[in-house]
Design a protein around this ligand. Structure first.
Ligand code: LLP
Length: 413
């Protein structure tokens, strides 16, 4: 994402140093151009029915951009629903899912007339029916099915096995149909699934498509008019050159083979695929030291800024922008948090770095800022959107003093 012009780093046509002048590190930068290209390409391959998975990056500037690119939003909480509406998504382009929606969440979604609520249990269907009848409304629902497929991704982000907490067992179609036939306020118009995130294995997609097609046919044979089959998200992004490369075109071939004569529309809920590669995390080196023969660079971003390496052992390449010396060294780049898991990368060869030099942590547009926290009482990171030679701060964190001020000390202390 960084391009060098006369040895100076740029994002699109904006100098990184111009951004650093007005924004304290650590902060995220997103490229509007890269997001736009990725969305357009994905639509070209998969068609118009794309719903951006808001959980991957919920900044309202990003959501407004996604909406302007004519895709919908896939939300999993009332907060994400409110953000998406605020950012201008029309209600009929928002789908609401999630394994734990509260009564208040469902009432809000029903009142807003969103496109569809994807339900994840028979109990939830009963609850939506009750709430819809109280409000005297007809509500469009989908059911998220659990196809019992192992996507072959890391266990913390797999969701499609029958023991996972997600969806309704795909063998329960008859029970669902029986229940729905007694729910006069519900229109069952779609089925969905999502077998996990970072799925590169084409066979896992293929098997999922086959199972979903069988399920759709079963619903149809039992008299339900299925209008949409939502095949989820999870498309793999290559964070590391050693990882297998996922080609969306290969997945599309399987899709066409499986669904060539179907009567319903197919839809998708990608998050990471649309935005991971459009983001970087910019961080400053605040200390360097040698411990046990390891050259540590301590940076001002930590696991509170980007938790993926600590939480999933995720790999994010790191790039330097200042080449202060011709020497190169093997470094371990770590954050300032008081935990040994607060390491971004081990044993990376970088040109020799000094305190105050800047490092770029790559491919952090998805599940970066949204998962950040104030752990160790540190500020959240800012966010910047670049559009050619323009840039704007799209999130300015509150001062840490405000966060400190939110604690309430009871009178007895
Ligand atoms: N649809 C559903 C129902 C989901 O649960 C998810 C992600 C998506 C779509 C979008 O998946 P994507 O296309 O972004 O892979 N925090 C983890 C990822 C968790 C994903 C949770 N569900 C990470 O940093 O890798």
């Amino acid at each position: 994402m960084i391009k060098f012009k006369n040895e100076l780093p740029f994002v699109e046509d904006t100098s990184l140093y111009d951004i650093i002048k007005v924004c304290n590190t650590p902060f995220y930068i997103y490229s509007q151009e890269i997001i736009t290209q990725k969305v357009k390409y994905t639509k070209k391959i998969l068609g118009e029915n794309i719903f951006f998975s808001v959980k991957s990056n919920s900044n309202q500037a990003i959501l407004k951009l996604m909406n302007s690119l004519n895709i919908g939003a896939d939300v999993v909480s009332i907060g994400e629903l409110k953000r998406s509406l605020n950012a201008g998504f029309p209600p009929n382009k928002i789908i609401f899912e999630g394994v734990g929606k509260s009564k208040e969440d469902l009432i809000y979604a029903i009142q807003k007339n969103i496109r569809l609520i994807n339900t994840e249990s028979l109990e939830e269907i009963k609850l939506i029916q009750k709430l819809a009848s109280e409000k005297n409304k007809m509500v469009n629902i989908g059911v998220r099915l659990n196809p019992n497929i192992d996507g072959g991704t890391i266990s913390k982000i797999t969701t499609g096995k029958k023991t996972d907490k997600f969806g309704i067992d795909i063998n329960e179609v008859e029970n669902i149909v029986n229940l729905i036939s007694n729910c006069s306020n519900l229109n069952l118009i779609g089925i969905s699934c999502h077998i996990g995130s970072q799925i590169s294995n084409i066979d896992a997609y293929k098997n999922t498509f086959i199972e979903m097609k069988k399920a759709a046919n079963k619903f149809i044979s039992l008299g339900i008019e299925i209008k949409h089959v939502d095949l989820g998200g999870g498309f793999h992004v290559q964070y590391n050159k050693d990882e297998p490369q996922f080609k969306i075109e290969d997945m599309k071939k399987e899709l066409d083979l499986c669904f060539n004569s179907s009567t319903y529309k197919l839809s998708f809920e990608p998050g990471r695929y649309l935005i991971a590669e459009a983001g970087i995390l910019v961080t400053s080196i605040i200390n360097s030291k040698q411990n046990g023969g390891i050259n540590y660079l301590i940076v001002d971003a930590g696991m509170n800024t980007l938790i993926r390496p600590a939480m999933y052992n995720a790999h994010h390449d790191i790039e330097t922008i200042s080449k202060s010396s011709d020497n190169s060294l093997i470094y371990t780049v770590a954050g300032p948090i008081c935990e040994s898991s607060d390491i971004f990368i081990k044993n990376i060869l970088l040109s020799e770095q000094n305190i105050d030099d800047i490092l770029i942590i790559k491919n952090t547009g998805a599940y970066g800022k949204v998962m950040s926290s104030t752990y160790n009482t540190r500020s959240l990171p800012a966010e910047v959107l670049v559009n050619k030679e323009n840039f704007a701060m799209i999130y300015v964190p509150e001062k840490i003093e405000n966060n400190i001020g939110e604690d309430i000390i009871p009178s007895w202390l």
